[in-house]
Design a protein around this ligand. Structure first.
Ligand SMILES: C[S@@+](CC[C@H](N)C(=O)[O-])C[C@H]1O[C@@H](n2cnc3c(N)ncnc32)[C@H](O)[C@@H]1O
Length: 226
């Protein structure tokens, strides 16, 4: 919707680092990031839905609103999401708290779709978010993340720490700027990420995430930072 561009731009003006993009994602990117999701993938956890560009596409894929949990930190998007998706659970919270909240009983989530600007986040915060999300995900479930960068926005040491692997699905050229989508899954034969492990994760950030690595992942230009 055209007024989404305006409200998104205003949100970016007030908090460029958090919003991470000057405009909502395109239909092409929404199509790509949800391309492996089917009606049987629910419940779905969506992180950083903004104005709902990916959420609409999840509904088109057959996901029911009651199977959607939307975690959004921007107060400017909250009312919009509640009005647009009245059957969904819309939570106003920092996704980094996923590790310490109890959003679901057990691990029922079939897929996570993330629009979070991870290039603006420290490795420590990414561990909390990704580790927290995986603690709710059932075996075989995938975490989908897009990026404007040239490589996976979840650093390799973080993937190693959490026992995950990342695979590039494809790039959406019809997006401003063009974006890539990665699929994160558990490595085979690896212990599941447990709630306890995630809660204590900040104390266990591997020593090979040094200042240079942290700098690399926090100092990028904030205008397009997903
Ligand atoms: C790049 S925008 C993507 C919005 C939407 N998914 C899209 O693709 O058009 C990033 C979104 O993540 C939200 N966000 C950023 N940091 C967050 C956090 N720590 N927890 C929850 N939401 C966050 C922002 O408010 C914004 O809505």
């Amino acid at each position: 919707m055209s007024h989404d561009f305006f409200s998104f731009f205003l949100a970016w003006m007030s908090a460029p680092g958090r919003v991470g993009a000057i405009a909502p994602s395109s239909p092409a990117l929404a199509d790509l990031i949800t391309s492996e999701i089917t009606a049987s993938s629910g419940p779905i956890l969506e992180l950083g839905p903004g104005t709902g560009a990916f959420t609409y596409q999840l509904l088109n894929r057959g996901i029911r609103q009651q199977d959607l949990t939307l975690v959004e930190y921007g107060s400017e998007f909250m009312k919009l999401l509640q009005v647009r998706f009245p059957g969904a659970r819309v939570l106003w919270m920092d996704a980094a708290r996923l590790a310490t909240e109890r959003l679901f009983d057990g691990a029922p989530v079939g897929a996570v779709v993330s629009g979070l600007p991870m290039l603006n986040m420290s490795p420590r915060k990414i561990i909390s978010i990704v580790g927290g999300a995986f603690s709710y995900m059932r075996p075989g479930a995938a975490f989908y993340q897009f990026t404007y960068g040239m490589r996976c926005p979840v650093p390799r040491p973080v993937l190693d720490r959490l026992g995950l692997k990342a695979k590039l699905i494809d790039r959406a050229m019809l997006n401003v700027p063009p974006a890539a989508v990665y699929r994160l899954t558990r490595r085979p034969q690896n212990k599941l990420v447990t709630r306890n492990a995630v809660v204590s994760a900040p104390a266990m950030v591997p020593t090979n995430i040094g200042p240079a690595e942290a700098e690399h992942h926090t100092s990028r230009d904030c205008t397009t930072a997903a």
